[in-house]
Design a protein around this ligand. Structure first.
Ligand code: IPE
Ligand code: IPE
Ligand code: MG
Length: 245
């Protein structure tokens, strides 16, 4: 008697891939009269919480914007502090992430990163390559426009070498040249700190992502905030251009 018994609505599918623009570390510190670096330090704690929270909430892919290609414009001291925290994170966290079955990938322009950091990144990726519980991607020295230009350049070179014709370039082939190859597009993009912009993050990949701008500053962001975002995501209707259902 399916229509007498109130049928239990299946909960909406959780997002497979959540991407986060982790913003507001500086403001968090300023509000406390602390140096910006104190905000970044707390931000690293929030990264740990987000990774753990995402795994617990059954998210398969988590992509975090850690440092943009434009962030190189910041002062040498702030960049050094951020790189120091990155070193610490890569040295201290990889063993635990590996034990938890997390696969770590880093996207972005490695040529601008220090050699020891690149070595730590390669070690993290090699160690965790076979893991499947959570796919964690961290964008470092990353800019989406540069990524798209790089893809175009590689495709142009392939065409000029006669490997395929220009007319054979389609969206799949293009996406195959991006650094996110093999990673599904984000379903949900969250930005903290109240700013409502994308700041050159995953421009191609977020074509149909649900955008969520939350007021919390990144160092304050926790598992509960992630849960709230996922709940709100569940209320959205994704149409991909089709007529309203
Ligand atoms: C995000 O926090 C961290 C990075 C961009 C590296 P910000 O450092 O941008 O913090 P606000 O935006 O100045 O508060
Ligand atoms: C975006 O934050 C980059 C990261 C979170 C790593 P920004 O603070 O650099 O962005 P804008 O300058 O406010 O657009
Ligand atoms: Mg910022």
């Amino acid at each position: 008697m399916a229509d007498v018994m109130p049928s239990k609505q299946a909960p909406p599918a959780p997002p497979v891939h959540v991407a986060i623009i982790m913003d507001g570390n500086g403001r968090w510190a300023r509000a406390r009269g602390l140096p910006r670096t104190a905000g970044h330090k707390q931000g690293a704690e929030a990264v740990r919480r987000a990774v753990r929270g995402a795994a617990e909430l059954g998210i398969s892919y988590l992509t975090l914007f850690g440092f943009s290609s434009e962030n190189w414009k910041r002062s040498a001291t702030e960049i050094e502090d951020l790189m120091g925290l990155l070193r610490l994170y890569l040295r201290k966290e990889i063993a635990e992430l590996h034990a938890e079955g997390v696969r770590v990938r880093i996207i972005g322009d490695r040529r601008r990163l220090a050699r020891d950091i690149v070595a730590l990144i390669e070690h993290a990726e090699d160690t965790t390559r076979g893991n499947t519980s959570l796919n964690l991607t961290i964008a470092l020295s990353y800019g989406a426009r540069a990524e798209i230009v790089e893809a175009a350049r590689r495709l142009a070179a392939a065409v000029s070498e006669g490997r395929f014709a220009a007319a054979e370039i389609d969206e799949t082939r293009f996406a195959g040249e991006l650094t996110t190859v093999g990673i599904p597009d984000p379903d949900l993009l969250i930005r903290t700190s109240g700013e409502k912009r994308i700041s050159n993050f995953l421009l191609w990949q977020c074509a149909y992502a649900e955008l969520m701008f939350v007021d919390q500053l990144w160092p304050d962001f926790g598992k509960r905030d992630l849960e709230d975002a996922i709940r709100e995501y569940g209320r959205r209707e994704r149409r991909y251009g089709a007529a309203q259902g």
